[in-house]
Design a protein around this ligand. Structure first.
Ligand code: ZN
Length: 174
C-alpha cells in the first residue's frame, strides 16, 4: 500500500494533515477537542503540520478557520491547553496572549525547572553554607516560601532551619 502521507503535493498533503489531525482529537462533554497525540510540557498538543512540528491548536486554526496572521497567537477561551476545537480558540496579539495567560494563572516567564528529586539515603537537607544563606535571606525579610522555592526545598525544611537557628541562639554559635 503506497504511503499517501509522503506525497509532496501541497493540496494532498494538507488533506492528509487534516485526516491525521482528526484521528488525534476526542470531543469531550465540555465541547473541548482533547488532543490525544504528543504534548508539549505546557500541555499544548504537538502536531506535525505542513512538514514541521508545532502547536496542534495553531494547526487547527489554520485548517478550520484560516491562516494565522504573522505575529498573532492562537489563544484558548476554554483555558484548556490540549483543546483544539476552533470554536474555543481566538486570535490575540502577544500582549493579549500574555494578559490572557496571566489572567488564567498560566504565565511562565521561563521554562519550568525540572522537578526536585531528593537524593536517596538519609535526609540531608542542606549544607552549612546553604543553611547560612537561607538564614541570612530570611533575616533580611525574604519570605520563607520564596527561599524554599529557590532551593527546591519544602517550606517546612526552611522553617526547621530557622527554628534550629533560633533554638541554638546564645549557645556560642557566633
Ligand atoms: Zn476547549
Amino acid at each position: 500500500m503506497p504511503d499517501q502521507n509522503e506525497r509532496p503535493t501541497g493540496a494532498h498533503e494538507q488533506s492528509s494533515d487534516e485526516r491525521r489531525f482528526l484521528l488525534r482529537v476526542t470531543p469531550t462533554p465540555s465541547g473541548c477537542w482533547e488532543w490525544d497525540g504528543g504534548r508539549y510540557p505546557t500541555g499544548y498538543g504537538r502536531f506535525r503540520f505542513r512538514g514541521s512540528a508545532g502547536y496542534a491548536h495553531r494547526a487547527a486554526w489554520t485548517m478550520f478557520v484560516g491562516e494565522i496572521p504573522s505575529g498573532l497567537f492562537v489563544c484558548h477561551h476554554c483555558d484548556n491547553p490540549p483543546c483544539c476545537n476552533p470554536a474555543h480558540l481566538f486570535l490575540g496579539t502577544p500582549m493579549e496572549n500574555t494578559q490572557d495567560a496571566i489572567r488564567k494563572g498560566r504565565w511562565q516567564p521561563r521554562p519550568a525547572a525540572p522537578p526536585y528529586v531528593r537524593p536517596p539515603g538519609p535526609r540531608r537537607y542542606t549544607n552549612d553554607a546553604q543553611r547560612a544563606d537561607i538564614l541570612a535571606r530570611v533575616c533580611r525579610g525574604e519570605t520563607q516560601v520564596s527561599v524554599a522555592r529557590d532551593y527546591s526545598l519544602h517550606i517546612t525544611t526552611i522553617y526547621k532551619i530557622v527554628r534550629a537557628a533560633r533554638d541554638s541562639r546564645g549557645a556560642g554559635h557566633a
